[in-house]
Design a protein around this ligand. Structure first.
Ligand SMILES: CC(C)(COP(=O)(O)OP(=O)(O)OC[C@H]1O[C@@H](n2cnc3c(N)ncnc32)[C@H](O)[C@@H]1OP(=O)(O)O)[C@@H](O)C(=O)NCCC(=O)NCCS
Length: 180
């Protein structure tokens, strides 16, 4: 078996066979969500790809932005669609993808890593904490159309990891865009 390599690639550079493999991986990991595409609502800015030779065995999407939490604007790295091929799970690949993202976010002087997860254990082990309460406002996109602005408490899924000594501010979380 080839050694595992974690690549960081801007979305526009993921083309051809690599894009097809990402689409296939996401279809396998999130049945019914991707409809043969590599995104559900919007393209991420870049992805971390876990590669074994030419094979994509894992991926993590990234959206870099500022958000406004109770009046405090914070630069974040948003993580989406953590996915590892079924036959490669439980060997630490997702953890390596999260580590790579954290390394880049620290180099980029971002203040928090942010993600949404229904199941929390992978992320708790990596040092993420649940944000509770998490009153959140975002731009809803459905079927690739902008619908409206939604406000809802996302306590069940909102997670963040600080990258500096700053604590998560209190107040409404305005995502300043769509929910990744
Ligand atoms: C979640 C997923 C990416 C983990 O990949 P992985 O490479 O096996 O993860 P690691 O080996 O680094 O860590 C394994 C740990 O992840 C945790 N985990 C497993 N499935 C998980 C899930 N769906 N969500 C969160 N954590 C999960 C478990 O704690 C597991 O440890 P354990 O088996 O000892 O209990 C992979 O199971 C997957 O692709 N699942 C389908 C897609 C998905 O649900 N993605 C998460 C979206 S938030």
């Amino acid at each position: 078996m080839n050694d595992l390599q974690i690549l960081s690639l801007p979305e526009y550079a993921i083309v051809g066979e690599t894009r097809l493999q990402v689409q296939s991986l996401l279809g396998e990991c999130f049945p019914g969500w991707f409809d043969g595409r590599s995104y559900v609502k919007q393209l991420p800015h870049f992805r971390f790809l876990a590669m074994e030779g030419e094979s994509v065995v894992g991926q993590l999407g990234v959206d870099v932005r500022v958000i406004n939490v109770g009046g405090t604007v914070i630069p974040i790295m948003g993580l989406l669609d953590t996915a590892v091929r079924l036959d490669r799970r439980n060997t630490g690949i997702a953890t390596k993808l999260l580590d790579a993202a954290e390394c880049h976010a620290r180099d980029g002087e971002l203040e928090f890593l942010v993600l949404m997860a229904d199941r929390h254990d992978l992320y708790l082990k990596a040092g993420y904490r649940r944000i509770q309460p998490a009153p959140t406002k975002w731009l809803a996109i459905e079927d690739r159309q902008t619908i409206k602005v939604i406000e809802r408490d996302l306590s069940d899924c909102f997670m963040a990891k600080p990258l500096t000594d700053k604590t998560w501010p209190t107040g409404t979380i305005d995502m300043l865009g769509y929910m990744f």
